[in-house]
Design a protein around this ligand. Structure first.
Ligand SMILES: NC(=O)C1=CN([C@@H]2O[C@H](COP(=O)(O)OP(=O)(O)OC[C@H]3O[C@@H](n4cnc5c(N)ncnc54)[C@H](O)[C@@H]3O)[C@@H](O)[C@H]2O)C=CC1
Ligand SMILES: O=C(O)[C@@H]1CCC=N1
Length: 270
């Protein structure tokens, strides 16, 4: 693709997305422009991805890019949008990634007609295994949407959703890598408790999660049936399942995700 992609903010999510774009080869490093207020974040990005253009000046990113990804925290959105709005015209597409910032709120911050694609990515974008949900405002044409999809596909799978589903999507994919990392860490801790070396414990726990996820994706078999196939009658696994259920494992996950979605709703109200 011959578009230039700009990032305002190169923190956790911005760098995961830059890493995904470069490793997928969607654009060359020279087609990526980034700006950040924090010099350390910028020098980290420059070292990691030689060839990208780095600046502390957001306006140079906006001027040079066709697609501009706003990768700053939600409470910084208003200030950044007001700063860049005079430089954004109909030739540019704005991609938002902030939790709780709606298209209509972003439009109001711009104060004029701007092409906006609202997305919810997640950090596995770094390794091309992310989930990115998106929806567009009415100023984005079908051909512009077709141009944006390959950019989002650099991060992993892409799901078009109605904007009303963003709260649920934050819970199920935007935030969920954190719960999975907790789970992997806990499994590795248990293995270490039983004497396994830490590095091997992480390799095995993470591969078990990866393999189980792939089975769900690739076999299409119900997760409950896959679980049943691991639980031998009177065996070891059912003991572990019994203990997890005693600790309200599934209910805890459901409540956690419900609270995550509620927090997203609260953030939207400001
Ligand atoms: N971290 C995650 O897993 C996910 C984050 N998001 C969204 O991504 C956005 C960024 O989050 P993180 O990357 O986690 O935050 P972060 O704090 O790691 O990165 C934000 C970056 O923005 C920079 N920044 C602050 N003010 C700036 C300004 N005025 N101009 C230019 N750069 C500025 C900071 O120096 C920092 O490097 C948030 O809106 C969040 O809701 C969405 C999905 C997942
Ligand atoms: O925790 C947050 O608010 C952001 C949004 C989704 C993941 N991290």
């Amino acid at each position: 693709m011959n578009k230039k992609i700009g990032f305002i903010g190169t923190g956790n999510m911005g760098s995961a997305m830059i890493g995904g774009l470069i490793s997928r080869g969607t654009v060359k490093a020279e087609a990526i422009l980034v700006s950040d207020r924090n010099g350390d974040s910028l020098s980290g990005a420059e070292t990691r991805w030689p060839g990208i253009s780095c600046s502390t000046d957001n306006s140079s990113t906006v001027k040079g890019a066709d697609i501009i990804i706003l990768a700053v925290k939600p409470h910084i959105y208003k200030a950044v949008i007001e700063e860049i709005a005079p430089l954004v015209d109909e030739s540019k597409i704005i991609v938002t990634i902030a939790a709780g910032v709606t298209i209509s709120q972003a439009e109001t911050m711009f104060g004029k007609d701007v092409k906006i694609v609202r997305t919810m990515p997640n950090t596995p974008a770094l390794v091309g295994e992310g989930v990115t949900a998106y929806c567009c405002n009415s100023h984005v044409s079908e051909s512009e949407e077709r141009e944006i999809i390959p950019v989002l596909e650099s991060f992993g799978i892409v799901e078009k959703i109605g904007e009303e589903y963003f709260h649920s999507v934050i819970a199920v994919s935007g935030s969920s890598p954190a719960y999975v990392f907790l789970f992997i860490e806990a499994m590795a801790d248990a293995a270490v408790l039983q004497g396994l070396p830490r590095a091997q414990a992480y390799r095995m726990a993470s591969q078990a999660v990866l393999g189980a996820a792939k089975m769900v994706r690739e076999t299409g078999t119900h997760p409950g049936e896959l679980k049943d196939a691991v639980c031998s009658p009177g065996g070891t696994t059912i003991e572990a399942v019994r203990t997890l259920e005693k600790g309200a494992f599934r209910s805890t996950v459901i409540e956690a995700m419900n609270n995550c979605a509620l927090k997203s709703k609260e953030m939207t109200k400001g």
